[in-house]
Design a protein around this ligand. Structure first.
Ligand code: NDP
Length: 628
């Protein structure tokens, strides 16, 4: 990549100004919950036949709540471990989770498919391209479901209302919107971190008389076409999109291609790097040695968390930043001898480059470069990367004013980086207008359209690409409350901060397993951590079965110790998060700085290896266990 010259002081100042423009007192409260008058925004547009059935009162050994990758992986690993008495409750009409809902045109995954699709070695599925899309991902859910026989375990079109521990029976009772009272020994909450769509609470949002929907409930009856585009019904329609995050970036090129007129209302531009998608080379894929996927996932996660060693197998926009930072360290820090050792270690990776040698070298590196200096190197590498992103807007977009508006002025990981080869060029179409609200967002919605800066944009349809709830309460996001021992709700338990063992167990909530990044691993490749959690879950339940145990609960002490570990390991991200332009990564400009609410600060690979060791010890340490 070419070098870009820049003035760091100018950029620091500019980033600060851009952040300040967007900081707002109301933080997460600027958003409208999709309930009450707005609940139609979460109706399921994909169900062809609504299921009418009697309420269920059955009992099962295990119930998994959620049929996305978390739930499907949990079920697959449990099947592998010999369990069959379980159900998966899913509110959608099929498996897929986020991929079931997000079928908007152009919906794709920006993590490499060879590491994002779990269980590839088991299913023998070959993804068509390096980066997959929504239709192939939904197809892959069918492949997994077929392989592990999961359909017979599904209870679709069913939403959980609440989950209650019955002390006297030592069972969970799950109440649903279909009147079910399902009982189970164990309950697994795989409800997905980004599942509740949100709307901006814009004045007049209820007054609009045209058509409207959220991107996660795409209305193909209205637009025509499919996930692949060709939205033919829009050819005589004026369409507005509110939002320019990762979702909008993927659907806007298709809207630009099909709509008569498209207005894109932008508050903050996304960082748009190249995609360069490629077809899968089947020979290469089929010639991988056993265990390749795990190694590739680890390699990717290693690059993203600074454990850079060996070849960059995924070698894409995600890992590039870290290679650059390492490059900066090498150029500025150590002697040629150390570089030689580093390179040697990398070349021989597993054989010679043992953990000891690596940490010795890294220790030497850190002491040589110095932590403060390192932070500066990282900042410089980040500035340079973002200069490249901004230069790309200039080189692709014809109108210089529009190109300027599309340039992001913040550090790369303040917001989810995007990768797309047709987004920026869509703004060269005559029918597309970028309405840059310069950090303010739109003022008002009227009966006919949207007002910004005194001008009314009349449109036939408003599409909200405004994302999902992240910083709100756990139970509001998952849509149901969990009542543990003595009726204690999980909302009450966590009201002053998260408290778990390994992110998965909570004292007071026996036989209950939480999936997600809370106090556990935080990975860009989310299916990696879901798979690790599924392996952990099935190990615990299998071991309990072997030991004739039926009750498991995190001990108070183990939970307190884990919270201490989370706090001790917590990285001080205050400066970084506070300096970022607001978004869901920093809780809309009000970063949650309580160290206890962080994921495990040692990084995902350290966390996975710790869990692996815990399993190998075979003691189920920290868990209180008993039989009937
Ligand atoms: P985001 O939360 O990332 O984006 C929401 C957008 O709405 C932002 O551009 C936001 O602006 C804008 N917005 C909010 N309120 C207003 C307003 N009042 N006026 C104008 N604009 C407004 O949601 P997405 O659905 O785009 O993405 C959510 C997440 O889903 C991603 O971060 C990613 O984790 C995941 N995803 C993953 C993909 C993948 O490839 N794996 C693809 C797509 C999504 P502002 O930035 O100023 O807040």
């Amino acid at each position: 990549m070419q070098n870009y010259s820049f003035d760091p002081d100018y950029l620091r100042d500019k980033y600060r100004q851009e952040r300040d423009k967007r900081l707002r007192e109301d933080g997460n409260d600027q958003y409208q919950e999709v309930s009450g008058d707005f609940s139609y925004f979460v109706d399921d547009p994909y169900i062809k036949n609504a299921i009418e059935r009697q309420a269920l009162t059955d009992s099962y050994e295990i119930v998994i709540i959620g049929g996305g990758f978390g739930g499907v992986l949990a079920a697959s690993r449990l099947k592998e471990a010999g369990f069959s008495d379980f159900k998966i409750i899913e509110k959608g009409g099929n498996f897929g989770g986020t991929w079931y809902w997000n079928r908007y045109p152009g919906a794709s995954c920006d993590i490499e498919s060879y590491i994002y699709f779990p269980l590839l070695e088991e299913t023998k599925f070959i993804p068509g391209k390096k980066y997959t899309n929504a239709p192939e991902t939904l197809e892959y859910f069918d492949v997994i479901s077929e392989k592990f026989g999961l359909k017979e375990h599904a209870i679709f079109q069913t939403e959980v209302n609440d989950v209650r521990w019955k002390d006297d029976e030592r069972l969970w009772e799950i109440n649903t919107n279909k009147g079910d009272k399902i009982k189970c020994n164990y309950v697994v909450h795989a409800n997905g971190p980004l599942n509740r769509p949100k709307l901006p609470a814009i004045n007049g949002i209820n007054d609009y008389k045209g058509h409207t929907f959220h991107t996660s409930r795409w209305d193909y009856q209205y637009t025509g076409g499919s996930s692949k585009g060709n939205l033919s019904n829009l050819k005589d329609k004026r369409v507005a999109v509110i939002g320019t995050g990762a979702t909008a970036v993927q659907c806007i090129p298709h809207l630009a291609e099909s709509a008569k007129q498209l207005y894109v209302f932008q508050r903050t531009p996304s960082s748009i790097d190249e995609r360069n998608n490629t077809e899968t080379n089947e020979d290469w894929f089929l010639n991988q040695s056993p265990g390749w996927q795990g190694k590739r996932r680890e390699n990717f996660e290693g690059f993203l968390t600074g454990n850079v060693s060996g070849k960059d197998l995924v070698n894409d926009g995600w890992t590039e930043v870290f290679r650059r930072i390492l490059g900066a360290m090498l150029n500025n820090g150590p002697s040629r001898f150390r570089i030689f050792l580093w390179t040697l270690g990398s070349v021989f990776s597993k054989k010679l480059y043992t953990e000891g040698l690596r940490s010795y070298l890294q220790g030497k590196f850190m002491s040589h470069v110095g932590v403060k200096n390192l932070a500066k190197q990282v900042e410089m590498a980040d500035f340079e990367k973002m200069e490249q992103i901004r230069a790309r807007a200039d080189s692709v977009v014809n109108d210089p004013e529009t190109a300027e508006s599309l340039k992001p002025y913040y550090r790369q990981f303040c917001k989810r980086p995007c990768f797309h080869d047709e987004y920026l060029s869509a703004f060269n179409n005559d029918n597309v207008e970028l309405v840059d609200t310069d950090g303010k967002g739109v003022d008002t919605i009227t009966e006919k359209g949207i007002i910004f800066n005194g001008k009314e944009y009349e449109v036939d349809c408003i599409i909200f690409a405004t994302g999902f709830e992240v910083g709100t309460e756990y139970t509001r996001r998952c849509g149901y409350e969990i009542y543990g021992k003595n009726g204690l709700s999980v909302s009450k338990k966590w009201q002053d901060g998260l408290s778990t063992l390994h992110g998965m167990h909570a004292n007071g909530f026996p036989n209950c397993f939480f999936f997600g990044p809370q106090q556990g691993a935080f990975t860009a490749n989310y299916t990696h951590s879901l798979d690790e959690q599924s392996i952990h879950l099935s190990y615990i339940l299998k071991k309990m079965k072997e030991d004739k145990l039926t009750y498991v609960e995190a001990s108070k002490q183990a939970e307190a110790d884990w919270v201490d570990t989370i706090i001790a390991k917590s990285r001080d991200m205050r400066d970084f998060r506070e300096s970022c332009t607001p978004g869901y990564y920093n809780n809309e400009g009000k970063p949650n700085l309580e160290p206890q609410n962080n994921p495990y600060g040692g990084g995902p690979l350290e966390f996975f290896s710790m869990m692996n060791k815990w399993r190998k010890e075979g003691k189920l340490e920290g868990l209180e266990l008993s039989g009937n």
